[in-house]
Design a binder for this molecule. Sequence first.
Ligand code: ZN
Length: 163
Amino acid sequence: MLKTTWTDQRLRRLFGKYNRLYWSSDLPDYSVSLTKEFNRSRCEEAQRTILINADSYESDSALRADLLHEMAHVATNIRHGKLWKAEMDRIRSLGAPVSELDFQPGIGRKEILANFSDAAEQGLTWSQARSRIGWEFGLIKSSGRAVDKTVAAMLRIARRFFP
Ligand SMILES: [Zn+2]
């Protein structure tokens, strides 16, 4: 699988290209930047920024698919509800190189909590599970803090699985 070097400039060019191809350049001008603060990608609506940890991707195509995932948030809202799903369907039908993972049901809060529950049963400590699962799913920053309030609330629920 091909993995090349990514720069902010290259990410912004790709944003521009996808915006032209799949949104007729109608998306607002977001900045796209590399980060090492968390795993994979995030859309920061208030800052009009998409952040991507290029190191955390196994391939360029996985990174591109996540940029499209975040751009579909820009076009709709930050949730993964009906609007966002319809947008993902629409760009997929236009030939956008999206990830099939984004079309599988059940990847979300429920699955993440199940991972915490499994970890507790396997005897991991809360702090081990929090950093391992938190990083894998992009829930925590490299500082160890939850990425946002919704995630912090979910982590409080997950905490209860552990002694
Ligand atoms: Zn998302």
